[in-house]
Design a protein around this ligand. Structure first.
Ligand code: PLP
Length: 564
């Protein structure tokens, strides 16, 4: 009996019929363990030797022990020993009147809604005041909030501010508004129908048809045996879930991820991130950074083969040093997006897949930005011979950002594992039916319209136009394109990058931002990287006009550099 104590009925002490008082023979309460033998002084019940002691006592020994314990109980009392009350008395702090600490009397009663919220329209100044007084920005400080244009409407690839000024979206905002701003009628009515039929279902309580249908559609169109799907609310959450799943599947902890990568703003993905935002993550155990072939200030080789080889050799040495038995997964962006649209040298990603197989490590490919036809095929990993990730994550283009949604896709072996093992990840809004209805229509429509063919045509034009920009603008050091995913590296008068990501912006970068707005361009310019990632619905004519405008912006920067 693990509960056995000298005072348990099953204790030798008791079984031998000692003269112990009957109340001490009460059985231990299973729930409370031996502590329940509290009729004795607490110190006896708590004694470490109380449970499990099997020492046999004779009656005389029992009596000696009993009397010793009793003696101790008489001596050691907060009120002082029984016979000499001032001895062994413990200090009892005086409980005199004491002022309780008080907080400043802040009014925490619920406020009242003002009448302006009943108006359909607000004046410009009402909006400006609300922005200044109540809006908190993400990532950076709040200073920029009032300088941002107030956008009131979107149509096609265009956005319009409150004054009616038109902007062309040259980056699909954060490479996510892939279908532009005119929401297809089928998407709208699917969303409205789901809102009407059933606006919400907690994912662990009931199945909804749309969940089954979207999972099935994605299993059909996703390459290889990526057959299991679940849907968090965005890219970070998708990577957070993927990391948890990899750790639970492998029973290992470390996640290796690359310098110059971005995986999301929540804790795990930010710790895995290899750009300046990683510094906001704080120290988190279990994340190991690797170099990928796209070094900023050095070359990994003059040819694709050398670059891939060097990076893979470094990676293998690191895997051996870390211990493959500690590494759950390697997490990479299939095509690095925010870092500058890096195209891996041929053989690199293929080699990473092979190393993962060799060392029994999972490969997670993050296609949050490059998935859903951004680079041509549905997923960018189809560009790489034989590469299939064990887990693929995505978001953004899945719903074209009409509504927030992320995706985690699992290969059959991982899905099978969780038939009988708890997945260990979930959220109230995971698999939200209204969001799934949106994704289902967007994906279906893009399959029907063969979006990959459209992106192939965009790629041809982008290659030609970016080639011209590199040749004709002093401020452009180099540029990259795959599909509708392009990026230029801008340099200053000395031919150096305008700045490093995350540093304060130099005057040249601020001038580029101003010039973009002047020339009717809207987009995410993260100096020194100028992403060119238009909505995939862009027409050839619009694309040509967009490049003319970009050329004007770069021309303005060239003039500025000449003057230096
Ligand atoms: N992974 C990649 C490659 C991304 O580009 C992003 C966002 O840009 C994320 C993850 C994070 O996605 P989200 O902002 O939806 O959380």
């Amino acid at each position: 009996c693990p509960r056995r104590a000298p005072l348990c009925p099953s204790s030798p002490l008791v079984r031998r019929g000692s003269r112990m008082a009957a109340h001490l023979r009460r059985p231990c309460d299973a729930a409370l363990g031996c502590r329940r033998v509290a009729a004795r002084p607490a110190f006896l019940a708590a004694s470490p030797s109380a449970c499990g002691s099997r020492r046999a006592f004779g009656t005389a020994a029992e009596e000696a022990a009993e009397s010793r314990w009793q003696r101790y109980a008489e001596l050691s009392r907060t009120a002082g020993s029984v016979r000499h009350g001032t001895v062994n008395r413990r200090y009892v702090p005086p409980l005199g009147p004491m002022a309780l600490p008080t907080a400043d009397p802040v009014d925490n009663s619920t406020g009242q809604m003002s009448d302006k919220h009943l108006k359909d329209e607000w004046s410009e100044s009402e909006i400006a005041d609300a922005v200044k007084d109540n809006v908190v920005m993400t990532w950076g400080n709040n200073a920029s909030r009032s300088a941002m244009p107030v956008i009131v409407r979107g149509e096609g690839i265009y956005l319009y501010d409150a004054a009616g000024k038109e902007y062309m979206d040259m980056t699909s905002q954060a490479v996510c508004a892939n279908m532009g701003y005119t929401v297809d009628e089928a998407v709208r009515s699917a969303v409205m129908k789901q809102m009407t039929d059933l606006a919400y279902m907690y994912p662990g309580l009931g199945m909804v048809q749309i969940r089954a249908r979207l999972c099935n559609l994605l299993a059909e169109i996703t390459p290889a045996d990526i057959n299991g799907f679940l849907f968090p609310l965005g890219g970070s959450e998708a990577n957070e879930g993927a990391i948890r799943i990899a750790r639970r599947y492998t029973g290992k902890f470390k996640i290796m991820s690359a310098m110059r990568s971005y995986h999301g703003g929540s804790s795990g993905p930010l710790a895995a991130t290899g750009d300046f935002r990683n510094r906001f993550a704080g120290d988190q155990p279990g994340f190991v950074k690797i170099f990928q072939p796209h070094a900023l200030r050095f070359s990994t080789g003059a040819t694709d083969e050398q670059a891939a080889q060097q990076a893979l050799k470094m990676l293998e040495e690191q895997i051996i040093a870390e211990g493959s038995e500690t590494i759950a997964a390697i997490l990479l962006e299939t095509i690095v997006g925010a870092g500058g649209v890096f195209l891996h040298p041929l053989g690199y990603l293929e080699g990473v897949r092979a190393l993962c197989d060799k060392y029994n490590i999972l490969l997670i490919l993050d296609e949050v930005m490059c998935g859903f036809w951004r680079t041509g095929p549905l997923f960018a990993f189809s560009h790489f011979r034989g590469v299939v990730p064990d887990i693929v994550t995505s978001a953004k283009g899945l719903t074209s950002s009409f509504l927030p949604l992320g995706m985690i896709g699992l290969r059959q072996k991982i899905k099978d594992h969780f038939e009988t093992n708890a997945l260990g990840w979930g959220a109230t809004y995971a698999n939200h039916p209204v969001l799934l209805a949106c994704a289902y229509e967007v994906v279906k429509k893009n399959c029907q319209n063969r979006l990959q063919d459209k992106v192939a045509r965009i790629e041809d034009i982008m290659l030609e136009e970016i080639d011209d920009l590199i040749k004709n603008h002093r401020c452009v050091l180099q540029g990259r394109v795959i599909g509708a995913f392009g990026c230029l590296d801008l340099v200053n008068a000395q031919g150096e990058p305008l700045n490093f990501l995350g540093q304060d912006l130099p005057p040249e970068a601020l001038a580029v931002k101003r010039s973009m707005a002047e020339h009717g361009l809207f987009g995410l310019f993260r100096s020194p990287l100028m992403h060119i990632t238009p909505p995939l619905i862009i027409t050839e004519k619009e694309l040509r006009v967009m490049f003319q405008r970009i050329s004007r912006v770069l021309g303005d920067l060239d003039v500025m550099l000449e003057a230096k």
